[in-house]
Design a protein around this ligand. Sequence first.
Ligand code: HEC
Ligand code: HEC
Length: 361
Amino acid sequence: MSDQHNKDIDHITGVETTGHEWDGLKELNNPAPRWWVWVWIATIIWSIGYWVIYPAWPTLSGNTKGTLGYSQYTELEASQAEILARQDQYLSSFEQASYDQIANDEELNAFAYAGGNALFKNNCATCHGAGGQGAVGYPNLTDDDWLWGGELADIEQTIRYGIRSGHDEARISQMPAFGRDELLEKEEIESVVGYVLSLSSDEGADASSEGAEIFANNCASCHGEDAKGGRDFGAPNLSDAIWLYGGDRETVYETVYNSRSGIMPNWEGKLDENAIRQLTVYVHGLGGGEGVGAVVEEVAEIAPDVIEDPMSDAIEAVENVVEEVSEEVSEVTDSSVDASAEPSVEEGVEEEAVEDDTTTE
Ligand code: HEC
Ligand code: HEC
């Protein structure tokens, strides 16, 4: 504050100045606007209320808790409780429903599928791939080529007890290591491998070959006389050109020489009953499920946006652009090419547009 006798009044406005001056411009000492002062006071009051209600000040033992008792942990707990409550609504009926009932109940089906999808990503995708498409040594679960069986009960048994997992109830079978354990000579292995490869070749197999005889004596007991596989042993179909470990001569030789014995963990005890059943419904619905419950189609009806190809919108948009552009092109050619010019230019463009239509659909 300046001294009384230094008081400088701006003679245009009659308002006192602060005494600050820049190149002849003087700062007037106007009071702050009333509204501004009130907002300022209100924020102060607000902040005091906030300090009281919410956790705010750091203390030696953490921070003040606030009278509301709010924290992000309690918020998380509340939202989890809400999710669990929503699940409970389905869980109790899901627990009691048979697979048949689930297949016929849209809501339970969608519930199983959604839960199974999440469980699959967390527990199975590392080996079987995010979509269940499989990898070398890990079977594709989306096709109908099953090692052990594709009915709901088969799938549940596989998931529950595993394959060669060490569980008492696990599915077990052991293809002998024909080379390592000297059950067959190298030449014999070579000829039976040749026979196995011929089974899925275009030329077809020679049933009178040496390889065919070796197969009948050593392999048919598990893989079947016709080599179409034996589910009791988890022995793959060798005639369909779908390979678990690979179908080139070297890989098949390696399989027969050393055998493979893939291991699928058991999930009983690691996942609860409902999780195992949700997974069963999910895997069954991936595309190759046998027996009751055409799951994926039913779910597709309830949740088309989940199942629908996300590219379809994009494809449609491209289609529209192609159509518009070709219309414009034909307009341009219409007006710029005079009537005597060859009509084939325009026809060509239209034909192209039609072709695009059919190929992108
Ligand atoms: C550590 C790798 C691994 C994990 C994790 C795994 N699997 Fe497997 N799974 C395998 C292997 C290996 C096989 C094939 C075993 C064989 O040679 O018979 C298999 C086979 C299967 C089969 C039998 C396929 C058929 O053709 O009969 C099903 C069904 C299956 N798995 C489902 C699941 C589900 C569901 C999960 C998650 C809960 C899961 N797997 C997790 C390795 C795994
Ligand atoms: C005791 C039953 C059994 C016998 C006998 C047996 N296999 Fe197997 N075979 C299996 C099983 C089980 C698998 C696949 C699972 C694994 O080992 O991971 C398999 C897998 C294979 C595969 C791999 C297929 C693929 O998709 O990659 C080939 C090839 C094969 N067997 C050939 C033979 C031939 C050739 C013989 C006879 C010389 C034979 N097997 C005898 C049980 C048998």
